[in-house]
Design a protein around this ligand. Structure first.
Ligand SMILES: NC(=O)C1=CN([C@@H]2O[C@H](COP(=O)(O)OP(=O)(O)OC[C@H]3O[C@@H](n4cnc5c(N)ncnc54)[C@H](OP(=O)(O)O)[C@@H]3O)[C@@H](O)[C@H]2O)C=CC1
Ligand SMILES: N[C@@H](CCC(=O)N[C@@H](CSC=O)C(=O)NCC(=O)O)C(=O)O
Ligand SMILES: [Zn+2]
Ligand SMILES: [Zn+2]
Length: 387
């Protein structure tokens, strides 16, 4: 048992008090975990585009009523204490936080059809723990909300026990935090959602070359795709995409007159792609990605998260004629069961992780990590929570 078990911990957290305004670094109180909860000392948290999206106010699930909130969800740490009835995770375990829980008991978990778990999702969406309260308090004693069931931008956080994956303690926590979201989502979308087979010599297009798009490319390379066309509005992303194994790169803002990204992709693949992936969150791109698929079988996977109020559209004929539109949350990966295997693949050198990390920042520079995401040269910034 740790000295702090059963007591509040006072530590530093980055709190979002107003959308589009810098996070405020504050000393907060982190209450002890209740039944079926764990308190984790967070070591590292990488900045994902979804943090930026929620920070900017674009998330339809997070409005002014959900503020103040502690963002962050691509994080790893060490279990400091556990509440009553916790099984399968103990003090001292190294863990990755899961925004997609896995209880193994709900209708979703038992279905064998999805990685979405129903156990804590409703309260998670409201920024609350499963009992409907929060474990964070500001200095004046007022509640601070949780985010995506993780809130990794606090030096200590409390999670549901079904929302942590226990991993190999030898794995470097400042690297494997990336498996908490972007890399798992991208590779998992290829393996579990599109289910690309290594014998099919697939032709694929990937829209949006951030960490998620690069991880899709890595997954496609692992599944021996023949053609991997990377698409981004930033020319600087060509070098990144090619380094990961893309065979071609297109900047859609620089097409010849009369060409569209859809016509260009159809021409390059002799009729359309077998698979396309949206990693931008832009609904127009999602449409292009679907319509660039091959008639009869092409599958388009939506990974990007669109802003509140946005809707997708296409002619139903696109689906009538055999194109398939799918979506992916956390790459279809069941976190407690499968994430430890991703960590092992990384440790064996079979999965890239280090290569995505373009820089580390100390916690007091967390706001710079937001700016980094849009600089064009940054893939993932890892925030070291104790520097
Ligand atoms: N479904 C899921 O489980 C998950 C979804 N996401 C979502 O996936 C998306 C990608 O995340 P991440 O890799 O972290 O984000 P990044 O911002 O790092 O990468 C997105 C890339 O797409 C580029 N882009 C933007 N608009 C277009 C366009 N019209 N055409 C082509 N490229 C474009 C961006 O360029 P620029 O920077 O110049 O804008 C950037 O290079 C986000 O929407 C994120 O919220 C992330 C993780 C999990
Ligand atoms: N809250 C948003 C939607 C946000 C969203 O789609 N999140 C992704 C993960 S993004 C990670 O970086 C996801 O897995 N969604 C499934 C889920 O259960 O949240 C909205 O309301 O539009
Ligand atoms: Zn479940
Ligand atoms: Zn994410």
């Amino acid at each position: 048992m740790s000295d702090t078990a059963g007591k509040s911990i006072f530590c530093k957290a980055a709190v979002l008090r107003q959308f589009n305004k810098p996070l405020s670094l504050e000393e907060i109180e982190v209450l002890p975990p209740k039944a079926h909860e764990v308190r984790v000392k967070v070591l590292a948290n990488a900045m994902c585009h979804t943090d930026y999206y929620s920070w900017s106010g674009a998330d339809s699930e997070l409005n002014d009523d959900g503020l103040p909130v502690i963002l962050g969800h691509e994080c790893s740490g060490v279990v400091e204490s556990i509440g009553e009835g916790v099984e399968g995770v103990k003090v001292g375990d190294h863990v990755i936080a899961l925004y997609t829980a896995e209880c193994r008991e709900c209708k979703f978990c038992k279905s064998g059809k999805t990685n979405l778990c129903g156990s804590v999702r409703a309260t998670q969406g409201k920024g609350l723990m499963p009992d409907g309260t929060t474990r964070f308090r500001s200095k004046d004693g007022k509640p601070i909300y949780h985010f995506m069931g993780c809130s990794g931008f606090s030096q200590y956080t409390v999670l549901a026990d079904v929302s942590v994956a226990v991993i190999d303690p030898k794995a470097p926590l400042d690297k494997v935090c990336l498996l908490g979201c972007g890399v798992t989502t991208g590779t998992g979308s290829v393996f579990n959602v599109a289910q690309v087979d290594e014998n099919e010599e697939a032709q694929a297009a990937v829209f949006g070359i951030g960490a998620v798009g690069l991880a899709v490319i890595d997954g496609l390379k692992i599944r021996k795709a023949k053609k991997i066309i990377a698409i981004d509005i930033n020319d600087g992303k060509e070098e990144w995409a090619k380094k990961w194994g893309a065979t071609d790169f297109i900047n859609p803002t620089k097409l010849k007159e009369g060409e569209t990204i859809v016509s260009k992709l159809i021409e390059m693949t002799d009729g359309g792609c077998d698979y396309t992936f949206d990693c931008t969150g832009n609904v127009k791109v999602m449409r292009d990605a679907l319509e660039a698929c091959h008639k009869g079988w092409g599958t388009s996977v939506i990974i990007g998260v669109a802003s509140a109020g946005k809707e997708i559209a296409t002619r139903p004929f696109q689906l009538v004629t055999g194109r398939v539109w799918k979506g992916s949350a956390f790459g279809g990966v069941k976190g407690r069961t499968q994430l430890p295997g991703f960590v092992d693949d990384y440790m064996k050198g079979e999965l890239k992780l280090d290569e995505y990390i373009t820089g580390y920042k100390s916690f007091d520079k967390v706001n710079e990590a937001f700016d980094d995401l849009h600089s064009g040269n940054v893939i993932r910034t890892v925030v070291n929570m104790w520097e």
